[in-house]
Design a binder for this molecule. Structure first.
Ligand code: FAD
Length: 381
């Protein structure tokens, strides 16, 4: 196998610590959290204490100041263990990154140490009932009134929606200005007029609190704005490449895990006097999928290397997300088949993977939007 060359001994040590944390603090409780529809706040505090949150935030804001590879290690291990409940990626790689890269010094000093410690949980509010892929079409409105913004609108499918203490909220500040009329504003969850709606019932990711959020005449100071007025679209585009490689990292790790579980299972399980792995159909399908996953591993690792240097462009990030999530979907489906009836039982990780991975082709930009981004680049005159 082509060896992975990205990680140092320190990364490997961090990987061991992450695995132990997941084994002790997450896996034994995950089923219970799936019934509850949410993970407990204490888990966030423990993750903070163990240095698992906001790995990339520098020491001056309370973070470990580690490179992106530490986030990669965390996401790979969480994905492989099917620890899909805790919304650490949105919190650390999106919300904290928005604040760190584009926020004011005051915002960084105020929020980042608490986010590193797990004392403040972040959510990112882009999607609305009427606008997801077409971000420019959002309706949530922020109108300046003296030193405040007054915000009205609603968001949907917001990860960490029930737990969040702050939402980095996409608002329209100038509805006539198209993509230049969008601005990000931090809204604290204890502001008057902020209301959490339903914790939405989903087909998978049962332990994740994906919610509706409502904003009625919510007043926040102008100093809660991230960057300049009208910069929102640019900020979102910058961070989406980062978000998309993060999704590709988890998706590919899960495809690798699915193949591993399936090789193990088909070697053990017997039918017609032989192991399932001995049927040519099994061997050929697993060989084909493994070849595709390994080839993609090389491309995704190359993208991870670029992202670590902050050099990954949006087209390559879109390609990584498109290919990894589509291949994961196919791998989960084909692997589940080899488990027969057991594959349909939730006690088998392959069953949960099959359900949980479906969203990866939708959230963070759908496969169709990834193809739009790629084709725009390759066909530009
Ligand atoms: C579990 C979960 C968690 C989420 N977490 C968050 C979160 O934390 N924060 C947040 O803001 N959002 C979140 N989302 C929202 C997610 O990012 C959106 O669902 C996604 O961007 C798609 O938007 P939409 O649902 O409005 O679909 P639509 O935009 O309505 O798209 C519907 C279909 O049309 C296709 N389509 C749209 N435009 C085009 C086009 N130009 N060409 C071809 N096809 C097109 C899409 O690909 C899709 O198949 C989450 C969603 C889920 C399910």
């Amino acid at each position: 196998m082509i060896p992975r060359t990205l990680f140092t001994e320190e990364h490997d040590m961090f990987r061991d610590a992450v695995r132990r944390f997941i084994e002790v603090e997450i896996t034994p409780f995950h089923e219970h959290w799936e019934k509850a529809g949410v993970v407990p706040r204490e888990l966030w505090l423990k993750a903070g204490e163990s240095g698992l949150l906001c790995c990339n935030i520098p020491e001056e804001y309370g973070g470990p100041g580690a490179d992106f590879l530490y986030s990669v290690v965390l996401h790979e291990e969480m994905a492989k263990a099917m620890a899909t409940g805790p919304g650490f990626a949105v919190h650390s790689d999106m919300v904290a990154t928005y604040i760190y890269k584009f926020g004011s010094e005051e915002q960084k000093q105020h929020w980042l140490p608490k986010m590193v410690a797990g004392e403040a949980i972040g959510a990112l509010g882009l999607t609305e009932p009427g606008a997801g892929s077409d971000l420019k079409a959002i309706q949530t409105r922020a109108v300046q009134d003296g030193d405040d913004y007054v915000i009205n609108g609603q968001k949907v499918y917001i990860s960490n929606g029930q737990l969040c203490d702050l939402v980095v909220l996409a608002c329209k500040t100038d509805p006539k200005a198209g993509s230049r009329g969008m601005t990000f504003i931090i809204v604290e969850s204890d502001r008057e007029g902020f209301e959490r709606g339903r914790n939405l019932e989903k087909i998978g990711l049962k332990a994740q609190d994906t919610s509706e959020l409502f904003f009625q005449d919510v007043r926040v100071p102008v100093s809660n704005r991230i960057g300049e007025e009208g910069q929102g679209f640019k900020i979102a585009m910058h961070n989406l490449a980062h978000e998309r490689i993060t999704i590709a990292v988890s998706a590919l790790a899960q495809a690798e895990a699915a193949l591993r579980w399936t090789c193990e299972y088909t070697r053990e399980r017997k039918a017609f006097g032989q192991a399932i792995a001995d049927f040519q159909n099994t061997r050929f399908k697993l060989a084909q999928l493994t070849a595709e996953v390994r080839a993609l591993r090389v491309f995704v690792d190359e993208c991870i290397g670029l992202a670590t240097k902050d050099e990954l462009d949006s087209t390559d990030a879109a390609m990584a997300k498109l290919l990894a999530t589509e291949l994961l979907g196919r791998t989960a489906d084909e692997c589940l088949q080899f488990f027969g009836g057991y594959g349909y039982m939730l006690e088998y990780p392959i069953a949960r993977l099959y359900i949980d991975c479906r969203v990866r082709r939708i959230a963070g930009g759908s496969s169709e939007i990834m193809k739009e981004i790629i084709s725009r680049e390759i066909l530009k005159p």
